[in-house]
Write a protein that binds this ligand. Structure first.
Ligand code: GLN
Length: 385
């Protein structure tokens, strides 16, 4: 087809297809074990599936309220209070979204104007920066400190200015698997005190945290909660990433701006799934068992590869484990991830792609949200290298 109009200048000139799509496609093409894109291969709890089915059969198939169905908003507010002692109003301070990514996009769009600066901690999940740039914002970068991938708050302080509109944080962290501590939260509190800075806190892996660590949500800190959008995802918690459903909490003044944007991005999210989740969560708090479940997975995978040439520090949270391959080759992580997929049959995600200027720490990210047979097979392949 002729290329008309031929004067389009891309709004995202540096952006290609996301690494998750690229690596999953490569894994399929080479029939490799796909530990790249993060998704579980476990079934959704049959009770939840049958609830969705029931809701569909009972005719709940038309638009949901724009904010999300009231029953679901209510159980989620109860959950926030039970887990973190945070009080949110179900009518005014929560919105159901079509996944975490959409919630992040809506929050940024509601807040960021041309020329506003947004502090992004790198490596950063790949939807943050394009969403900032599409809104005319400027990303200001701070890198996590190796080897434990911690935030150096002095670095954050150094880049803060009167133009700083938002600080984005993510705990448990994707792709690094590190978690923020109570001390991190207190430092952040000190930094933003007396400013109008808004926080966007990506907490989609809140229930996947290991070794007795506790999830530090910004909502536990009233001085942070009062200025924060907090993003959650059902996909990670209920093994249902394809349902694309999540939610966002924020104080009323922020949430009302969020809703103005949200209603014209998706209007509302999937109706029967929202009703099903409301009933399920009311009855069942199985999210409390998720950390233990995934810690066993992490430990199983690490035990299988302990004699390989890969080096690692066990992940503290999320369902991703980093492996350092510097004892094997000096190749760029993007090249090695491709070769590992093609020649060794295991697909992973190179971490350098999560930086604005690639920083190659020789770290590949492997998703361990898989049944033991898959993890075992992948580990056997990795051990042969
Ligand atoms: N969150 C998933 C990951 O980090 C990927 C989601 C996606 O493919 N967009 O792997």
């Amino acid at each position: 087809m002729p290329k008309y109009p031929n004067n389009i200048s891309s709004k995202l000139p540096k952006v290609g297809t996301t690494i998750f799509t690229v690596m999953s496609a490569l894994a399929n093409e080479h029939k490799a074990i796909n530990l790249s894109q993060g998704f579980p291969n476990f079934d959704v709890n049959p009770k939840l599936v049958s609830l969705v089915n029931q809701k569909m059969k009972s005719g709940l198939n038309q638009y949901a309220p724009m904010q999300g169905v009231p029953q679901l908003r209510e159980v989620l507010c109860e959950k926030m209070e039970k887990l973190y002692g945070a009080k949110y109003h179900p009518d005014k301070e929560i919105n159901i979204t079509s996944g975490g990514t959409q919630a992040i996009y809506s929050a940024l769009t509601a807040i960021v104007r041309e020329g506003d600066e947004v502090i992004v901690i790198e490596p950063a999940y790949d939807c943050y920066v394009p969403a900032i740039e599409l809104n005319g914002g400027i990303s200001i970068y701070v890198q996590l400190k190796s080897p434990h991938h911690k935030i150096d708050w002095n670095d954050v302080k150094r880049v803060m200015s009167s133009h700083t509109k938002v600080i984005m944080i993510n705990t448990p962290h994707n792709p690094m698997g590190s978690v923020m501590t109570a001390d991190d939260m207190k430092q952040l509190e000190k930094l933003v005190k007396g400013t109008n800075i808004i926080i966007i806190s990506d907490e989609v892996y809140e229930h996947i945290i290991f070794d007795g660590l506790k999830h530090e949500s910004v909502c536990k800190y009233p001085r942070l909660a009062e200025r924060s959008f907090i993003i959650y995802s059902f996909g990670k918690t209920y093994h249902a990433t394809g349902w694309k459903i999540g939610y966002c909490f924020a104080p009323e003044n922020l949430m009302s701006e969020f809703r103005k944007v949200h209603q014209f991005i998706v209007f509302c999210s999937n109706t029967p799934i929202q009703y099903a989740l409301a009933d399920y969560i009311k009855e069942c708090d199985d999210y409390n068992e998720l950390s233990e479940f995934y810690q066993e997975k992490r430990d199983f995978f690490l035990k299988q590869i302990k004699d390989s040439r890969f080096k690692f520090i066990p992940a503290s949270g999320s369902y991703f484990q980093l492996l350092n391959y510097s004892a094997i080759t000096n190749e760029k992580d993007t090249d090695y991830a491709i070769r590992l997929t093609k020649e060794n049959g295991v697909a992973s995600i190179p971490t350098s792609v999560f930086y604005h200027k690639p920083i190659d720490n020789k770290l590949l990210r492997f998703c361990f949200a898989k049944t033991d047979d898959i993890l075992k097979k992948a580990a056997e392949k990795l051990c042969k290298i």
